[in-house]
Design a protein around this ligand. Structure first.
Ligand code: PLP
Length: 365
């Protein structure tokens, strides 16, 4: 490790983490606050309230869990899946597969509904998979393939089932309306379109799902019955000690959310759309073929096929060494044949589009 290695400044154009908003960085160097400090408690309250706005929910139980996105996934499943439950899982990528794995570990009867990687799920197929599932699960933005799934259609047709959705890559970059779309439980992560370092999992659950929850989930850390007091909600506004809040991370998230809301959610979404469209157009003008199905492409994460005769790993290494640019490889069978290019949060801007297109052109010339 060279002595200046910690100062290397990368352009993080992969599937996450992305470069952070300057406001989120600045917050990390503030003097640390204690987790029961009244100033921190107020910042936590405001963070939960801003998260409600981003989620599009009035759910009282909305909080940043102290974990990465996978912790959000664990929390969602351990609190809602009862042994023997029928759980329909929509799968068109790695993160759908993980949902099925988690449900199965909890003793659910998993009904997988698969669609080809790179293609969206057909909501009718998912809704027809079982007459009375306890839970229907889907990933809104499949990071492994760059595909958007129509979770609103699942909410409209879910009947008595709970709808549990993954928004790790969608929150802060795409329209999101938890209440209007009929989502009961949802989790996300900070390191993608929220442009905060990895480490927190924004989470929300409505009363309907909370009332049906597992009383004593196998995870103590993610037991929502205990975590209510951590943010005051289930203890009549009174804080009860559960674990030490990662105060620096919450303050950083607070700064990023404040920045996002002052720009305006519609403007932030439009910025992601414009950057994604310009990147996708530029890649096609270079003669490259996009991987995700047209009409379902994520603006914040573009998947593109590696041209014949080009060594995927060599190009990625060249970008890193020559331009300090990181892009991602594909996943699973597409590891060598697809690149994943993210323009998320702070990176969803024209200069990133120009930078990555110019560098890639040189790398594959
Ligand atoms: N779900 C999706 C859609 C993701 O993209 C990721 C991470 O990339 C995760 C879950 C897991 O999140 P983390 O890696 O932060 O634990």
């Amino acid at each position: 490790m060279t002595p200046d290695a910690p100062l290397i400044d990368r352009s993080l154009f992969g599937p996450g983490p992305t470069n952070t908003y300057p406001e989120a960085d600045a917050a990390l160097v503030r003097p640390l606050l204690g987790h029961l400090d009244p100033v921190f408690i107020q910042l936590m309250d405001e963070t939960c309230e801003m998260l409600r706005t981003l989620w599009g929910t009035t759910n009282a139980r909305t909080l940043p869990l102290s974990a990465t996105g996978s912790g959000g996934m664990e929390a969602a499943f351990v609190n809602t899946v009862h042994r023997g439950d029928v759980v329909v899982v929509a799968i068109n990528g790695l993160f759908g597969q993980r949902m099925a794995e988690l449900a199965s570990r909890l003793g659910a009867r998993v009904v997988p509904v698969e669609s080809e990687w790179g293609r969206p799920l057909d909501p009718d197929d998912v809704l027809r998979a079982h007459p009375s599932p306890a839970i229907i699960c889907a990933v809104h933005a499949e990071t492994s393939t760059g595909v958007r799934n129509d979770v609103a259609a699942l909410g409209a047709g879910k009947g008595d089932a709970l709808l549990l959705t993954d928004h790790v890559t969608s929150i802060g970059g795409m329209p999101l309306a938890v209440d209007d779309w009929g989502i009961d439980v949802a989790y996300a992560g900070t390191q993608k379109c929220l442009s905060v370092a990895p480490g927190l999992a924004p989470f929300t659950i409505n009363d309907r799902a909370f009332e049906r929850r597992v009383e004593r989930p196998t995870s103590w850390y993610f037991d929502l019955g205990l975590l209510g007091g951590y943010v005051g909600g289930d203890a009549g506004g009174k804080r009860t000690y559960h674990h030490t809040a990662p105060t620096a991370m919450v303050v950083s998230l607070h700064a990023a959310l404040t920045r996002i809301l002052s720009e305006g959610l519609d403007a932030v979404t439009a910025r992601h759309e414009a950057a994604g469209a310009a990147l996708q157009e530029g890649l096609q003008e270079m003669g490259l073929e996009l991987f995700a199905a047209e009409g379902y492409r994520l603006p914040q994460l573009t998947t593109v096929r590696v041209p014949d005769g080009v060594d995927s790993a060599k190009v990625r290494a060249y970008l890193l060494q020559t331009f300090s640019i990181e892009i991602g490889a594909g996943i699973g069978e597409f590891a060598d044949s697809v690149w994943r290019i993210g323009l998320m949060g702070h990176n969803a801007q024209p200069r990133s589009v120009a930078l990555v297109l110019g560098a890639l052109k040189q790398a594959i010339a």
